[in-house]
Design a protein around this ligand. Structure first.
Ligand code: NAD
Ligand code: MG
Length: 392
């Protein structure tokens, strides 16, 4: 029986995780659930799962959840704030931590889980992008087991040689990171100026939270995933190619020296990588319907268009530049996406804000957590200034 802390349990990845756990109740127990401010959502999950802890990072929301659960004589203890998140992620009784908080807010609990030697199921790519080396060092030093649940990285993990002494000498030539191209794959850049948040969130293949949906529409998501792949698999950006694959059936591939290309296929449903990472090296049911290749009938591939998707170019550039660039890019993107979702910035200006911020935050790689947080804060200030200066 493995005990889970699901950080970000009310979100898209969080609810998919709970669905997989529901189908495998003899193997997993929910020890802690966390959310930002969705009191009703977390209260409902607590009634079903009866976890030892429920954490709300928003303090007033935590007080409200405490009132609700106390009135029901629930046995769940409510914790508040970032310290509550860290407490459950590092708790000695927890075996697996699902890192499914969106954005930089997920860094502290993900890092705490890594340092405490947990199995970390990582969805929260932003944490890795902003603190790559620090995070990977924490995994190594803490003796943690890092399993990606971002679908591409989970696919790559499945296609790589079994772990052991790294990939050196194992004949890996390239990683082929697939991406659907999002809802605007066929649109000209000029036609994107007036798109609304709802249009940008309407992804053709995946149902996800709003922030990552916007990242998919700009292809910043793929840019962040290039950086994520470099850290997870210890390769340089020169060994990572992005291939646009509109059907999202192949979730990524690994090419070997002998010309073999291994791919992982499946229906586009995050319960597959979640189930894989929960059970690894075993396999469990995920609830996903089997892939029907005959009705899929064709798989298409295209080269990415860096002119149409400047955010993808920025991702590669930040991966190559290293230093402060990845963290600055991530912070600027979070600010710009939030401004777009709140109709303070146009879709096409997200890339402009990101590019200007990275240029304004040039510097060395942050080495400590304080340096990471300082750089993140500085980049957010700069990005907000650039966003405010662009006429809407
Ligand atoms: P979501 O918006 O649906 O859910 C986010 C969760 O994080 C919620 O539970 C929310 O309460 C919590 N949260 C939000 N802000 C917070 C804060 N400031 N402090 C603490 N908790 C906070 O997001 P999602 O789509 O589930 O994505 C979660 C993470 O997984 C992201 O990093 C995303 O890039 C990654 N990811 C998602 C998918 C997907 O299919 N949804 C696929 C790959 C990777
Ligand atoms: Mg992905």
């Amino acid at each position: 029986m493995k005990r889970l802390a699901v950080c970000g349990s009310t979100g898209s990845i969080g609810t998919s995780t709970l669905d997989v756990v529901l189908r495998n109740r003899s193997r997993y127990e929910i020890f802690a659930l966390t959310a930002h401010s969705n009191v009703d959502g977390l209260a409902a999950q607590c009634r079903v799962w009866r976890p030892r802890f429920a954490v709300m990072s928003d303090e007033p929301a935590a007080s409200r959840l405490h009132e609700v659960l106390s009135a029901e004589a629930s046995g769940t203890r409510v914790l508040a704030g970032a310290s509550g998140l860290v407490q459950v992620a590092a708790h000695p009784d927890v075996d697996y931590v699902v890192a499914a908080i969106v954005g930089a807010a997920g860094l502290m609990p993900s890092l705490a889980a890594a340092r405490s030697g947990k199995r970390v199921l990582l969805a929260n790519k932003e944490a890795l992008v902003m603190s790559g080396r620090l995070f990977m060092d924490a995994v190594r030093e803490g003796g943690a087991e890092l399993l990606p649940i971002d679908s591409e990285h989970n696919a790559i993990f499945q296609c790589l040689p079994a772990r052991g002494s790294g990939n050196a000498g194992r004949g890996v030539r390239r990683i082929l990171l697939t991406g659907s191209g999002g809802p605007f794959r066929m649109r000209t850049p000029e036609s994107l100026h007036g798109v609304t948040p709802d249009e940008a969130c309407a992804h053709p293949n995946w149902s996800m939270g709003r922030k990552i949906s916007i990242d998919s529409a700009t292809m910043m998501n793929k840019g962040l995933e290039v950086i994520e792949a470099c850290w997870l698999f210890d390769v340089g950006p020169g060994s990572v190619d992005v291939v646009v694959h509109p059907q999202s059936v192949i979730h990524s591939m690994v090419e070997y020296e002998d010309g073999s290309v291994l791919a992982q296929l499946g229906n586009p449903d995050m319960r597959i990588p979640i189930a894989h990472a929960l059970a690894w090296p075993d396999r469990i049911v995920s609830g996903v319907v089997p892939l029907d290749l005959v009705s899929t009938s064709r798989l298409d591939f295209e080269a990415p268009d860096f002119g149409r998707f400047p955010c993808l170019r920025l991702g590669f550039e930040a991966a190559r530049a290293g230093g402060a660039a990845p963290a600055a890019l991530n912070a600027a993107n979070e600010v710009a996406v939030d401004a777009f979702l709140n109709r303070r910035l146009r879709f096409t200006h997200i890339a402009r804000v990101a590019e200007a911020t990275v240029a304004a935050c040039a510097g060395g790689e942050p080495r400590t957590l304080d340096e990471v947080l300082e750089l993140d804060a500085l980049a957010r200030v700069r990005a907000a200034e650039f966003a405010a200066a662009i006429p809407h």
